[in-house]
Design a binder for this molecule. Sequence first.
Ligand code: 0X9
Ligand code: ZN
Length: 415
Amino acid sequence: MEVKIFLSLLASCCLAVVNAELEGSKIFDVTPSNVFQQQILEKLAQSGIYDFFLLPRALNITSRVMVNPKDQLDFDRVLTKNSINFKIVNEDVSKSINLERSQQNIMSRAINRGISFRSFERFEKINAYLEELAARFPDRVKVTLIGKTYEGRLMKTITISNGDKRANKKVIWVDGGIHAREWIAPAAALYVINQLVENFAANKDLLATYDWVVLPVANPDGYEYTHTTSRMWRKTRKPSGNSCYGTDPNRNFGFHWGELGASNLPCDDTFRGPTAFSEPETQIMRNELLKLNGRAKFYLTIHAYGNYLLYPWGWTSGLPSNVADIDEVARAGAKAIKMATGTRYTVGSSTNVLYEASGGSDDWALGVAGIPISITMELPAGGSGFNPSPQYIDPFVSEAWIGIKAMAQRVISKY
Ligand code: 0X9
Ligand code: ZN
């Protein structure tokens, strides 16, 4: 009994810590219907005051933004004054996050061994799962310590093969969790691992001529911070000046670094960092991808959200010379998902279908590492918030896997 009381006190204390800053925050869907309204939304997005989950990108396209209680009056005024269409899709973000946490707690208590796709796993448990697979399937699985994060967490990749030990096989690289709060991304990367290793017989064709290297959590410090302290954190955690923390890893890669769509202000969510590759986490990714030395043919980075299959470039509206090949792979993914579940994905270059954002890992993978097929997969959002609630992890990640398999098959048959 006493233990129960203690546990519930502990839960209420920590929920409050995680969500205090989000109490009363609302999420708005806003849709500009003329150029003037779109410019206003772009200004609001650039102001750094509001947390745009989906940035404004075109007329009649809805963007989603979280607004703190202290800014709501002003925000409301701007929308009303300019007759901008909006809908409040979440009246109090802290309440949905509390709900997510209690569902998380229930599920993770129910499952104490291995990983599950019924709750979002913590970083240590994800690493433990990788090691467990290496111990259970030593012929087909290798775990590599690739470096340490700013806060000292161990970043590990898992290399999955069919056990034939042929050196220098071609490689498919998958990473998830470059952005801390996009919890569904590490879950999807884990599902890729789970299927390739534990469901090997069904997927062995994907491993016949290729090895897969998966980095399930590319920004572990940020990921843990979203679990312990601030659910909507996006960046890494190294102090970056002005008493602000973190760099947006997806603005920190060294290809057209610091150009459009990347902030130079340390407190902004899209801060590009003081220099290209200023962050240990992006350096580690760069080094690993370069070590593959031309073997990697497909770079896939998983994000959330918006149902997009994006490809370079994100720094210009121009297109890479092999755009037809990349587009074909991305469309194969979108088509497979559409046929399986009916979910629609938008396919196109980042700049042309989403927005300009330079310093992304996908642009660097193609532009510098020379990986011919480079794609950012933005998984769907859940409900009114950022991520699906835990009961939807399984359907979301298995749907993503259908698209990933189709893209991989296309790459394997072409290269
Ligand atoms: O803005 C981003 O970094 C990605 N969207 S997200 O909502 N997950 O933050 C899109 C990145 C697309 N790629 C490039 N712009 N290079
Ligand atoms: Zn992202």
